[in-house]
Design a protein around this ligand. Structure first.
Ligand code: HEM
Length: 184
């Protein structure tokens, strides 16, 4: 059964890599290819989310939660998988609701930042999966350079969570105000 998870994992990894690339081209480039990327991004994001849900379900179907939560490496793999899912879900909502406007100006910049963050997170998810199967790659050197040893549970100090909540409020409040002022 483990082969099922290994096989399914290719879907979110491939669709999310493609989605992040399409965001970069769709926001930063001009011309026919950029137009195509803007039009086709939504179905690619939907396929990525469906692939991720199947991969996650396969994980829970195969391994017990007790075993998964016992090792720092699998805890980190789970954490990064859910963070990747959260970022690409956010992208899906932004592109779905914003349509063509999602790629312009500051909205486009938000897509690029989230697209790069998502790419970083799913690359970490896959890398940690590789560690779990006994096939580590040189990619782990990057988080190590940033101060995180992947064999230890990922930890964020409480004050960082506080700053993240404040930042979220600082971004959400002007957004709500503007949406109320906008003509219907
Ligand atoms: C978007 C979600 C996920 C992605 C992209 C992903 C990706 C991967 C990849 C690429 C591998 C290595 C496979 C190989 O080397 O052939 C792997 C292994 C693994 N994953 Fe995931 N994974 C995800 C979610 C999960 C979840 C939710 C769980 C647990 C509930 C899980 C548990 C595991 C375990 C235990 C292994 C090691 C398998 C083994 O030793 O044979 N993964 N994963």
């Amino acid at each position: 059964m483990t082969g099922m998870h290994h096989m399914l994992a290719h879907f979110p990894v491939a669709f999310w890599a493609l989605a992040s690339l399409m965001i970069l081209v769709g926001v930063l480039a001009r011309g026919r290819l950029a137009d195509l990327c803007r039009v086709a991004l939504l179905p690619v994001l939907i396929l990525g989310i469906l692939g991720a849900l199947a991969t996650i379900l396969s994980g829970y179907g195969i391994w017990t939660l007790e075993a998964l939560l016992h090792s720092p490496l699998s805890r980190n793999h789970l954490l990064m998988a859910f963070w990747s899912l959260a970022v690409y879900l956010m992208l899906l909502v932004l592109v779905w609701v914003g349509g063509r406007d999602a790629f312009a100006g500051r909205r486009g910049l938000a897509l690029v930042v989230l697209g790069l963050l998502g790419a970083w997170l799913f690359a970490l998810t896959g890398t940690l999966g590789g560690h779990l199967t006994g096939a580590p790659t040189v990619f782990s050197a990057l988080p190590r350079l940033l101060g995180w040893e992947v064999y230890t549970t990922f930890y964020v100090p409480t004050w960082v969570l506080g700053v993240m909540v404040l930042l979220a409020i600082a971004v959400a409040v002007p957004g709500f105000r503007r949406s109320k002022r906008a003509p219907r």
